[in-house]
Structures are given as structure tokens and as C-alpha cells.
Design a protein around this ligand. Sequence first.
Ligand SMILES: Nc1nc2c(c(=O)[nH]1)N[C@H]1C(S)=C(S)[C@@H](COP(=O)(O)OP(=O)(O)OC[C@H]3O[C@@H](n4cnc5c(=O)[nH]c(N)nc54)[C@H](O)[C@@H]3O)O[C@H]1N2
Ligand SMILES: Nc1nc2c(c(=O)[nH]1)N[C@H]1C(S)=C(S)[C@@H](COP(=O)(O)OP(=O)(O)OC[C@H]3O[C@@H](n4cnc5c(=O)[nH]c(N)nc54)[C@H](O)[C@@H]3O)O[C@H]1N2
Ligand code: SF4
Ligand SMILES: [Mo]
Length: 704
Amino acid sequence: MPDTGTVKPERHHSVCPHDCPSTCALAVERIDARTIGRVYGDPDNAYTAGVICAKVARYAERTHHPDRLKTPLRRAGPKGSGRYTAITWEQALDEVAEAFLRAEQRHGSEAVWPYYYAGTMGLVQRDGINRLRHAKKYSGYFQSICVNLAWPGFIAGTGALRGSDPREMAESDLVVIWGTNAVATQVNVMHHATRARKERGAKIVVVDPYRNATAEIADLHLMLRPGTDGALACGVMHVLFKEGFADRAYLAKYADVPDELEAHLATRTPEWAAAITGLPVQQILDFARLYGRTRRSFLRLGYGFSRSRNGAVNMHAATCLAAVTGAWQHRGGGAFHNNGGIYHWNKTMIEGLDLVDPSIRMLDQCRIGAILTGEREDLKDGPPVTAMLIQNTNPMVVCPDQTVVRQGFSREDLFVCVHEQFLTETALMADIVLPATTFLEHDDVYQGGGHQYIQIGRKLIEPVGESRENHFVIRELAKRVGAEHPGFGMSAWELADWTLKASGWPDAATVVAGKWHDCQPDFRHAHYLDGFKFPDGKFRFAPDWSKVGKQVAGMPRLPDHWEVIEAATDEHPFRLVTAPARNYLNSSFTETPTSIAREARPTVLIHPEDARELGIAEGGLARLGNRRGSVLLHARIFDGVQRGVIVSESVWPNRAFIEGKGINTLTGADSPSPNGGAAFHDIAVWVRGETVPAIRTHAEEVSA
Ligand SMILES: Nc1nc2c(c(=O)[nH]1)N[C@H]1C(S)=C(S)[C@@H](COP(=O)(O)OP(=O)(O)OC[C@H]3O[C@@H](n4cnc5c(=O)[nH]c(N)nc54)[C@H](O)[C@@H]3O)O[C@H]1N2
Ligand SMILES: Nc1nc2c(c(=O)[nH]1)N[C@H]1C(S)=C(S)[C@@H](COP(=O)(O)OP(=O)(O)OC[C@H]3O[C@@H](n4cnc5c(=O)[nH]c(N)nc54)[C@H](O)[C@@H]3O)O[C@H]1N2
Ligand code: SF4
Ligand SMILES: [Mo]
């Protein structure tokens, strides 16, 4: 970072674009037209409240990283070799367009598959790729990697993806942080929860399979087996009914089948739940009674406990607690997962929705391995995919069943263009690599998932090298492949402004002037006091799963433990959770030196007694395997898990592992109910101790 002397750099409002529920309001130091300094959380924003994570506070490290891509590149060696030659933007865009036109000529437009995700959460830069695909009838893209288990589970009971104002956590007497490692993944939750503790003596309960940084500071940690939250929720509700904590008047007015639920729960005793979750009976009773007698009890439901094959059922079961006690009626009470349902966007211009052709096939993001290796069912009996444009995602690291993903990307007849900030492992498989701007180098509009603000982030510095925003690439390709839509003629700013106005929000200039727009619905609406979002206004204990997904066979009618997880067996006695690493964000920040130094190396946490039986010592090597493959990494002996549960904080690049195979080698790509996705924390494996010659850590490699 340049020396700024004694003059304080000016601070500018911005928005964190990363795939994190917090979508923090930022104050960014701008040192000059090309350089940023430190990044702060905006203290005036009621949700951010001046708090941001360490990795974004030092964003200068990422923006000004020497490895930022600076020019377009053309592959000059085998796929994956990393041999590239620099070319001009004109050459690069012409070649991509030619490849797309060629693919279209040979196999039809569906042979081209634009592939993207939420590396940036800006609506224009993230979703604009859809305008190109709709205009050209390229293959559709079914997003499934992140929210497809969680959201249907929440909506199943409430009818809508929204809940109590997340800021109300500060006014709660009991905050239950369930399946989210908030200290690491959405630090602002902790700000509001610890305020409640300081100001009101609130209790903080964490439900999580390992003693993560959030559990460390909890009053009570329910350290259950992964994939057993449905059983926990049922055991708790059994006690709530039995011991008089159920609000019968509320249930009569606001719930569908409370009597049937009560009868169903009669056999779901705390003892039953203890046997499935591995928790002590007394702990389940203590939690149930604490929850039952606290009116202002706030369920802060994360994504983690939904990343199991029964995750949607577990999410629904957890939401049922607030209906049983009627906690929804109280300030600081109820439940919150994500606010997606409060926004009413008109994305016609951004995504070209007026051009949608429903006959075009949709290809599943998580099934990319099967799709690229030609599985007929995944291709919907259509043509092979022979050309791709990839923006804001790194499937060669983050997608399940990596062995098959790698096979697919290795196909010689597949043309891939990757638009990236760094030479990721996906970019390494590309024929053409295009350099991308970061959020500080372009305009966009953002909505909060974990809160309720719309914000705009403006371009603050000049693009690094020759990097260009996503919207530029989409426009330029549109010109070259003959795609037409008014959206291609607008700037990112104009698209943001049009979209805000067409959606009934204030225009872009107004949002910028006020720094953000607060979209919080009023108390009655947020707490469903005028009814849940169904015609009869009643919460669904017995949801119609077919309303939230297509694969519903076998899903239980009422909250339960649904035994479809990858259970431990004699052959695969361990259950692996691949929870997020604090200093990484998915695969991002795995390039910044401070993050790498703090995470050190790919590691698996193993219970001391399991480690002893396996003959694995602290810092020793462990091989984890199942029928999908095996990975070799270092072990840490850790007593903050149940026996039989292991945790590997993720997502390290494959190349950071000793044998170049990363953790998602072990993850299944089978599509869970009711709506697809990936069960990243639901992996059965065997574990073996192993010895190999000393090998440098990733951190050592990077600094070497
Ligand atoms: N530092 C950091 N922040 C991130 C990310 C990151 O990778 N790193 N990723 C971002 C993204 S894309 C997302 S979607 C969010 C997700 O953030 P979260 O909502 O926190 O969800 P997860 O990250 O999947 O997992 C969180 C916790 O769930 C626990 N868990 C796993 N299985 C179970 C289970 O069966 N039951 C229960 N109760 N808990 C379980 C894990 O042990 C972990 O501690 O975070 C975002 N923020
Ligand atoms: N084992 C395991 N695997 C997981 C998970 C897990 O918990 N465990 N979590 C899963 C989850 S929840 C998710 S959401 C996925 C996410 O996985 P990814 O989609 O890969 O997530 P990111 O790392 O957020 O973003 C990917 C890339 O976007 C790039 N990028 C950022 N901004 C821009 C931009 O403006 N333009 C362009 N062109 N590129 C940009 C970044 O440089 C980064 O390389 O990973 C999943 N994979
Ligand atoms: S907590 Fe999340 S939204 Fe906030 S700065 Fe960090 S990554 Fe960005
Ligand atoms: Mo995610």
C-alpha cells in the first residue's frame, strides 16, 4: 500500500459484492485514481453498523494483487498447462464469438452454455449474461449450488422467503444461531446478537456439528451429528407440546394441522432425538425449555444445516419451532433466513426476460460434470455442450464430484472462455481468458440477503490493467454474434437506474445520494401477523412440497428425521463436513497472502479418540476417500466434534492439496430433493493415516 503521508485519504461509499448474506455497506479509502487503501464498514448503516470481515477490510491486497489478470489470454499449450499468450481484446472477443457461432452452426444454439454464479452479487454484472443467452437461445442455466435446499425448506412452512427484521436480533432474549458459522461467514449477525446479550442479558445458542468460532462464544452449543436437525427440532417440539409451551390460541389461528403435528410428535421424544443427533437428552430438554419460556426467541437460520440430502426437511422442521410457541408475535422473536422475498425486481432489461423461450433446455449448474461428459439425461436428450462463457464462478474447485468435472473440462472439442479476476483453476482450463474488473472498478446495484437494503456501488478507481466489467464482455459478444436487445445499448449505470425505477424503487441517483434504500416491510408483515403467505394464511406443518420443487417422492408429510443422508457405514464410517474457512470466501481470497497465511494448509479436524484408533498424530497425514475418489491432507486433533464426524474447512484450490485433488473430489453430485443442489456437508468417507516425505504447505509454496 503506498505511503499516504499524513493526509487522510478520502472515503467513498461502496458495497461488498461478494457472495455473503451481509452485503456490507463499505467506506473505501481512495488513495488516487488507481489505488484504494483500507476498507471500513459503514457505521451509519443500521445492519452493517461499522463491522466488516477482516478479508474485505484488507481488500487492497486483492485489488492490487500482482496476480490480477491484466490482458486477454489465448491458450498456447494443453488444457490446464497454464501456457498462454497475451492477445488484444478485439482478437479475444472475435475468437469467442467465432467459437460460439461455430458451435451454433454445428449443433444448434443450445450447444452454447453460458455459466455463471455469484462471485459478484451485483445484479447487472452477475445476471446480464442471461440477456445474451435469452437473445441467442443458448442453453438455460439452472442455478442450484447454494440455496436450493435451504430456500424451499423455509418457504415450505411460511410461503415466503422473508422473516423478522434481522436487526431485531439485538432486541431478542434468545438468539439461536442454527447452521451458520456467523463469526466466519456473516460477521454482522454477531454484532446484533452480542448486543442483545450485552443490553438484555440474552442467551446465544449455537446448533452446529463442530465447535467453530461462533460456537466458542455461545452460552449453549448443541453439537449434533450433521444432517440430524430434523430430529432435534422434533425432540424440542415434543417437549414444547408436552410441557405447555405451545401457544394453542396462536396455533388455532395461524397453523394448518397443529393437532396432527402434536400426535405425530408423541413418539419423537428427547430420547429418540438424542439417539439420532448424538446429543445428551438433558441438553435437548434444557434447550427446549429455554426456547419454550422465552417469548423473544429469534431463530437465525443459516445455510449450513441445509447442505445435507435432507436439508430442506430440516430447514422446515426448524422453522416450525417459532410457529409452535408463537414466537412470531413478539419483537425480537420469530425466524429469519433470507430476505429474497421482500424485493420486487423487474429484471427485464438486465436479463432480457422479454426474450425468454421456455422450450430451451435448462442445464443444472451442479451437474456440470455429467453435462460436460455427455450424460444424456442431464443434456435433456439435446446436443452436447461445445462452447461456454464462464463468469463469476470457479466450477473446477467448487462443484461436487470434481473428478468428473475435470474430465468434462478436459474435452478437446469443448471451447471455454473464462472471464476472471485471477487465473483460477477454471481459467486454467480455458481457451480464452478475459481479465475482469473488481467491484471497485465498475458500477452496480446490490440487494441484501441477510438484511433489507438496496445499495449502489460506484466505480471508484480505474480498471486494473486492461480488465473490463462483465457487462462490457456481454455487450461486445452480443454485437459479434448478432444478439439484439435494448439492454445491450445501455451502460451498467443506466441498467441499474432503469431497473430500480421499473421495480418501483427510488432511482439510482436517489439511492446513491442516500447511500442505500431500506426495504424493510412493517412489523405485522415481517412477522406474518396478517397470516402466512397461503390463501388461508396458515403456517404449514404439513407442507405441499410439490409447490417448492419437482423431486418430492418420499418427502415426509410432517417434520421428521428423513433418513436419506449419506449415512456412515462399516465401509465409510466417517461423516465429513466441508464448512467454510473464515479467511476465504468460497474459492475467492485463496490468492491473497494474508488469507493463505491464516488458513495455512488444507486440514481435517479429527476427534482425539478417532485419531488414536486410526494412528494419526497432530499434523500427520490423513487420506479421506469414498467411491468418488480420495484426497490427502493434514490432520488436526480437535475435540470439538462428535466421534465419527470430521470437518475440513474449505474451499481450498485443488492445487493446494498434496496430490492436487481437492475436497470436492469427495462430494456427491446427485440431485437432492426437492429442487436439486449439492450436499456439501453430507459426505460419508473412510479415513486412513498415511506417511509421505515432507511436503511444502501451500503458504510456503506461495511465498517461495
Ligand atoms: N468466510 C467465509 N464466508 C462466507 C463463505 C465462505 O466460504 N467463507 N461463503 C459464503 C456463501 S456462498 C454462503 S452461501 C454463506 C453460507 O454461510 P452459512 O450460512 O454459515 O452456511 P455454511 O457456510 O454452509 O455452514 C455453516 C455451518 O453449518 C454447519 N453445518 C454443517 N452441517 C450441518 C448440519 O447438518 N446441521 C447444523 N446445524 N449445522 C451444520 C457447519 O459446520 C458450519 O459451521 O457464507 C458466505 N460467507
Ligand atoms: N466443499 C464445499 N464446496 C462448496 C461450498 C462449501 O461449503 N463446501 N460452498 C458452495 C457454495 S454455498 C457456493 S455459493 C459455491 C460458490 O463458488 P464460486 O461460485 O466459485 O464462488 P466465489 O469464490 O464466490 O466466486 C467465484 C469467482 O468469481 C470471480 N469474480 C468475482 N467478481 C467478479 C466479476 O465482477 N466478474 C467476473 N468475471 N468474475 C468475478 C472471483 O474472482 C472468483 O474466482 O461454492 C460451493 N462449493
Ligand atoms: S462480511 Fe460478507 S458482505 Fe461483509 S465485507 Fe465480509 S464478505 Fe463482504
Ligand atoms: Mo453460497
